[in-house]
Design a binder for this molecule. Structure first.
Ligand code: SF4
Length: 69
């Protein structure tokens, strides 16, 4: 599979610059909001958004929202 150099989480419409799920922030991380939160660690806990790096990407990449939207 060839790499897609134009896709990056930082320019994806589902990337949220909030860096953590209330944990320790580091580097260029953000939250992916493509899917609902996943796997609650305990019954009273909150679901977690997947943490991704700004230069990560996946097959659901969608260019960021344009001003016309
Ligand atoms: S993991 Fe995929 S859907 Fe989520 S922000 Fe990155 S490119 Fe977008």
């Amino acid at each position: 599979m060839s790499s897609n150099t134009s896709a990056a989480c930082q320019s994806c419409r589902f990337f949220d610059e909030h860096k953590t799920n209330a944990g320790q922030a580091s580097g260029d991380e953000g939250l992916c909001r493509f899917n609902p939160p996943v796997s609650q660690p305990e019954p009273q806990g909150h679901g977690l958004w997947p943490v991704v790096a700004s230069k990560d990407w996946c097959g659901h990449f969608a260019a960021d929202v344009t001003p016309a939207e």
